[in-house]
Design a protein around this ligand. Structure first.
Ligand code: AMP
Ligand code: ZN
Length: 113
């Protein structure tokens, strides 16, 4: 399958990895939108939030916990941060392998554009 993030998981494409465990990896976003911008993805290919099933509950929670731990380790948890999962066209998704954005290091506007 021709999936950019599956290639990062398999090591075919390099990434600045910040986290790895049995179920997921985390790496810095190549085009950061905040001083700290990382992505947490499942190792298994899941295209969008629409493709999550109840069997994926633990995996989906796992991404949240990994991102929260990394935010704490980076010292941004008290100041605050944002976790985002874009889905399909209106959500602004461009890479169709599920990913959780962690954005931190500046005050983020709300609502998003
Ligand atoms: P989304 O628009 O939610 O699908 O987000 C995709 C994200 O992947 C964007 O923020 C991109 O900057 C990021 N991205 C694309 N290619 C790479 C790559 N090779 N390494 C790291 N991040 C990437
Ligand atoms: Zn994939």
């Amino acid at each position: 399958m021709d999936c950019l993030f599956c290639r990062i998981v398999s090591g075919q494409i390099p990434a600045k990895k910040i986290h790895e465990d049995e179920h997921c990896i985390g790496f810095f976003d190549i085009n950061p939108q905040a001083p700290l911008h990382a992505l947490f993805i499942p190792k298994r290919h899941i295209a969008t939030v629409n493709d999550l099933t109840s069997e994926d509950r633990e995996l989906a929670g796992h991404l949240l916990v990994a991102a929260g731990k990394f935010a704490k380790a980076q010292g941004v948890s008290d100041a605050g941060f944002r976790l985002v999962m874009n889905c399909n066209g209106d959500g602004g998704q461009t890479v169709f392998h599920l990913h959780l954005h962690l954005l931190a290091g500046r005050a983020l506007a709300w609502p998003p554009g």
